[in-house]
Design a protein around this ligand. Structure first.
Ligand code: NDP
Length: 253
């Protein structure tokens, strides 16, 4: 995507990023602060969370809050409590990037275990839903809230062996569409990003034989991540965007 934003694109905006400890989420948190936003970080690993926060502060960025939250423990009650904690550090949220996710097993449906299936649904779908419900009041206080879900190409077109992960991403696309329709007459926009194959630990575990140097890095995707949080995307809602529009799904040749 060709988008050359000004450094003050997100000035005065506060954006929450889940899975801010690694890969795309970490890069998004750093990028949002580079474009003048304040961020609220969440992750399940305290040391990695501290490192993301330290990296942002070292660059002069602003972190409104940093919250340890393992999404395996995300119940509706826990998410409401989490929203109350966030309200202690910021009166509203202008953006939420639902980025945290797990892959599960890359295996045929017949081999998907109930335990892994449940785990993938718990993190990728249920926790995302409970968190969204709890955070909506904070997003609706913004004059231009942006709720962004993270999808995948296998969340639009099913593909062999992508099992629970693919199904969870179809659910994510559906959640985005329902919410976008429900809030279409408000200041809140709701969209999905499909990052496309990206050099992260999740990708490496899905394709261990792939040369990571042939993949885009999280930093390469950031124009779209920025655009969806900035004012230029204000009228867009209910859409699913590709961070790498010309990339064919599958292994990097
Ligand atoms: P990573 O595995 O690098 O990062 C995933 C993030 O989610 C990490 O911060 C991880 O925490 C966090 N996370 C995982 N489980 C939990 C949990 N139980 N509680 C809280 N946080 C958790 O993956 P990517 O950066 O590649 O993926 C980011 C998003 O992009 C995901 O939704 C993924 O499905 C999607 N995506 C990625 C693609 C790719 O090629 N990379 C392609 C298409 C979609 P921790 O640091 O502790 O592991």
């Amino acid at each position: 995507m060709h988008h050359q934003p000004q450094r003050d694109l997100l000035l005065g905006r506060t954006i929450l990023v889940t899975g801010a400890t690694d890969g795309i989420g970490r890069e998004a948190a750093l990028t949002y602060t580079r474009f003048s936003a304040k961020v609220v970080l969440t992750g399940r690993d305290s040391e990695k969370l501290r490192q993301t926060e330290a990296a942002i502060i070292a660059e002069g960025g602003q972190v409104s809050g940093s919250f340890l939250f393992d999404l395996t423990s995300a119940t509706p009650e826990r998410c409401l409590e989490f929203a109350r904690q966030i309200e202690q550090v910021t009166p509203l949220l202008d953006g939420v990037l639902h980025n945290a996710g797990v892959l599960g097993d890359v295996a045929p449906m017949v081999e998907q275990t109930a335990q892994t299936w449940q785990h993938v649904m718990d993190i990728n779908v249920n926790a995302t839903f409970f968190l969204t419900q709890a955070l909506l009041p904070l997003l609706l206080r913004s004059d231009a809230g942006s709720l962004v879900f993270t999808s995948s190409s296998v969340g639009r077109q099913g593909r062999a062996n992508w099992g629970a992960y693919a199904v969870s991403k179809f659910a994510t696309e559906g959640m985005m569409q329902v919410l976008a329709d429900e809030y279409k007459h408000t200041s809140l926009r709701v969209n999905c990003i499909n990052p496309g194959g990206t050099r992260t630990k999740m990708r490496a575990s899905a394709f261990p034989q792939e040369d990571p140097n042939k993949l885009k890095t999280p930093a390469d995707l950031m124009p779209l991540y920025l655009w969806l949080m900035g004012d230029d995307s204000r009228r867009k809602t209910g859409m699913s965007f590709d961070a790498q529009p010309n990339r064919k799904p599958g292994i990097a040749e």
